[in-house]
Design a protein around this ligand. Structure first.
Ligand SMILES: CC(C)(COP(=O)(O)OP(=O)(O)OC[C@H]1O[C@@H](n2cnc3c(N)ncnc32)[C@H](O)[C@@H]1OP(=O)(O)O)[C@@H](O)C(=O)NCCC(=O)NCCS
Length: 196
């Protein structure tokens, strides 16, 4: 009895995982091998999207691109944590070996609130011209939001619960809201040093 239930659950898991991957294989042809999209996640939209090799999008994520944009480009060996959301109305680039914790929000646009006579819901979005770039080997912690024209450098760490609205240079640890650099890698001393 218990074995039957377990077999059914295992079958169900593989069915969902396989059909998901198959769907993306048909829907988006521009991705490498080993794309894994977890259950209840959606990778969707009519904008340009290019995914590299070994991309994992954990469960319950929502990744959307919109038309007329430069698009979303995700490199190789990228992992997007559970419950994350990426909205791309212009350009979002996530380079190789980037991985994020759960509940990360990345957007290259904001809702417009400038006109007080029109509900915010009905105003056109503010789309940022440069968009978001997360350079290679970077780790984005849990609950991080990255919004606007933001370039996060190579091999950075963004601490849990940070809100990144400005550029972060290569080899930095940044934390807080707004995120500020608290450590930099010192290539003379070959170690991470605190930034005052
Ligand atoms: C950013 C992080 C990696 C820093 O680790 P660390 O290098 O060991 O940093 P330290 O513990 O030396 O902290 C340095 C200072 O930053 C503060 N700090 C560390 N992380 C912080 C954060 N997320 N937000 C605000 N401040 C933070 C510390 O309190 C400390 O402050 P102090 O100098 O006034 O005492 C870690 O704190 C973090 O946020 N990790 C993310 C964990 C996560 O989300 N995991 C998900 C799994 S993928």
């Amino acid at each position: 009895m218990l074995i039957n239930i377990m077999i059914r659950k295992i079958k169900c898991f593989f069915k969902k995982a396989f059909s998901n991957t198959f769907y993306y294989a048909v829907r988006y042809r521009m991705f490498g091998s080993n794309l894994f999209v977890g259950v209840r996640s959606r990778v969707t939209g009519k904008g340009f999207m290019k995914l590299g090799e070994n991309v994992t999008v954990h469960s319950d994520c929502f990744i959307a691109t919109f038309p007329k944009n430069k698009g979303l480009i995700i490199g190789n060996n990228v992992m997007i944590g559970q419950f994350s959301r990426i909205g791309c109305k212009n350009s979002v680039i996530i380079e190789d070996n980037v991985f994020t914790g759960p509940n990360v929000f990345i957007a290259d646009y904001n809702h417009n609130y400038s006109n007080i006579n029109i509900p915010i819901l009905e105003q056109d979005d503010v789309v940022y011209t440069k968009g978001v770039v997360i350079r290679r080997d970077t780790w984005i912690g849990t609950n991080v939001s990255i919004i606007g024209n933001v370039n996060i450098g190579k091999h950075c760490v963004i601490g849990a619960n940070s809100v990144v609205t400005h550029n972060i240079p290569d080899y930095s640890v940044a934390v807080g809201c707004p995120a500020r650099v608290i450590k930099r890698y010192d290539f003379n001393q070959n170690k991470w040093v605190k930034v005052r």
